[in-house]
Design a binder for this molecule. Structure first.
Ligand code: ASP
Length: 437
């Protein structure tokens, strides 16, 4: 059985068991609270920690080898330009799509004032925490200066990917200037680290079906189904927007620019999407995203090791789309009119906000505060966030899957534009699968 089939089974079983536990009111029992749930939490978190463990060695090693093998800075600059242009373009499409859907369907119009106040009251404390964190967000200058790491080891230790990427690119470019005998030594060292990291990922992924089962069971069992009822239209608009963006926007770009069959593209990246969905973290999914890009799509190490870590850090189309819908929803609920100026402000701030959003669970809702502030909804931010918090986890799962799909579509497009030969066939067709190990 293929790995993604096993992971899908884990996911479906997780939904079934989680729902059963939830509906039967089993969550309050001693057996659940003290035995089953801690065990599931342990299994899920152990997987996330194990996969996070490999992010830094993998990014450093594969980016070093990738950039050094490009040979010159001109190629790197060209690739960087294409990548950033693609990311900005797709992010602005994502927000626009979110705004158009939210303005057309008007999810905020259907929410009764009683439902609004009861939801806002129930999640007030957590929402206050999110607003507090957002208030401490760095300014644009602090963000820019933070991209230059004064200590790359500290950046790595804190899991701060962007400054680390910048250091590695500079260092790898320098390696190309070192005398050949020493250059070979350094590169062969990093090659080894990269290969060993891939082996570790294969090992960890063997446990993915069980971890996904545990993660999903816990999320679904905790879920307030009544909350979903009153926010169904809002959650539906976000989900529909995300699905449309993934299938239509990426489907078209992958077909036209990467010349891949879109269905086979989606089939080939399922594993990464399932892990993103289950962990709600682009960062934690990064090793799987890189593995899928190189082994299932045939994208080169230099392209994938440059485009994907950057994407996990700055490209969040799903998050941007969600922030657009959430802002319009909160404005509608509180009877706030958004003119064309405000809508353009949302496009601009949500693009910047999604760049600043870390690839970790729930980061998007914290950064949403900045988007709300930018259109004068700052006074409603705490209540507005409290309102949507109840369904945020489930939307986080879908938007994270979209975020990494965007990264992979960019890697395919950039790879193809650099003349790479990608794997295009149906993965079911044994001859088309080029899986190592
Ligand atoms: N969880 C998302 C990610 O890691 C970020 C967000 O909260 O939207 O991609």
């Amino acid at each position: 059985m293929q790995l993604y089939t096993k992971i899908t089974i884990g996911l479906v079983l997780g939904v079934i068991v989680g729902l059963a536990v939830n509906l039967a009111g089993f969550t309050e029992t001693f057996a659940w609270q003290s035995v089953a749930m801690p065990v599931m939490d342990f299994v899920g978190n152990a997987f996330i920690r194990a996969i996070m463990m490999i992010v830094i060695p993998l990014v450093v090693a594969s980016l070093t080898v990738g950039v050094a093998s490009l040979g010159d800075m001109k190629t790197l600059g060209r690739m960087g330009g294409k990548t950033v242009a693609y990311y900005l373009f797709t992010t602005s499409i994502a927000i626009t799509l979110g705004l158009v859907l939210a303005l057309m369907i008007r999810p905020g119009a259907g929410l009764s004032p009683e439902a609004r106040d009861s939801l806002a009251g129930e999640f007030a404390e957590q929402a206050g925490g999110a607003v507090g964190i957002a208030d401490e967000a760095p300014t644009i200058w602090e963000t820019l200066i933070g991209m230059i790491p004064s200590n790359p080891v500290a950046a790595a230790a804190e899991g701060n990917l962007l400054p680390l990427i910048i250091f590695v690119i500079i260092f790898a470019a320098a390696i190309t200037r070192v005398i050949p005998s020493r250059r070979e030594t350094i590169l062969s060292f990093f090659h080894g680290i990269n290969d060993a990291s891939m082996v570790v990922i294969h090992w960890i992924m063997k446990t993915a079906p069980y971890a996904v089962f545990a993660l999903i069971t816990v999320v679904i069992s905790r879920f307030g189904l009544e909350v979903l009822q009153s926010l169904a239209i809002y959650a539906g608009v976000v989900a529909i927007g995300l699905i449309l963006h993934a299938t239509i926007t990426y489907g078209t770009l992958v077909t036209v620019l990467a010349r891949l069959n879109p269905i086979n593209f989606f089939r080939r990246i399922r594993e990464a999407q399932l892990i993103a969905f289950s962990t709600s973290s682009s960062n934690a999914t990064l090793p799987v995203t890189m593995e899928v890009a190189q082994e299932n799509l045939g994208i080169s190490k230099s392209t994938s090791s440059f485009v994907l870590p950057l994407g996990a850090t700055i490209n969040m189309d799903g998050t941007a789309l969600y922030q657009g819908v959430a802002t319009v929803f909160i404005a509608q609920v509180y009877g706030f009119d958004l003119g064309i100026g405000a809508l353009l402000t949302i496009v601009l701030t949500a693009t910047l906000a999604s760049i600043g959003t870390a690839g970790v669970p729930s980061a998007g809702i914290i950064i949403l505060v900045l988007v709300l502030n930018s259109v004068g909804l700052g006074a409603q931010a705490a209540a507005g966030i409290a309102l949507i918090l109840g369904v945020d986890r489930i939307l986080d799962m879908i938007r994270t899957a979209v975020n990494i799909t965007g990264d992979l579509s960019c890697a395919a497009v950039v790879g193809r534009s650099e003349g790479e030969v990608l794997i295009t066939g149906n993965p079911k067709d044994a001859t088309a699968v080029s899986r190592a190990g």
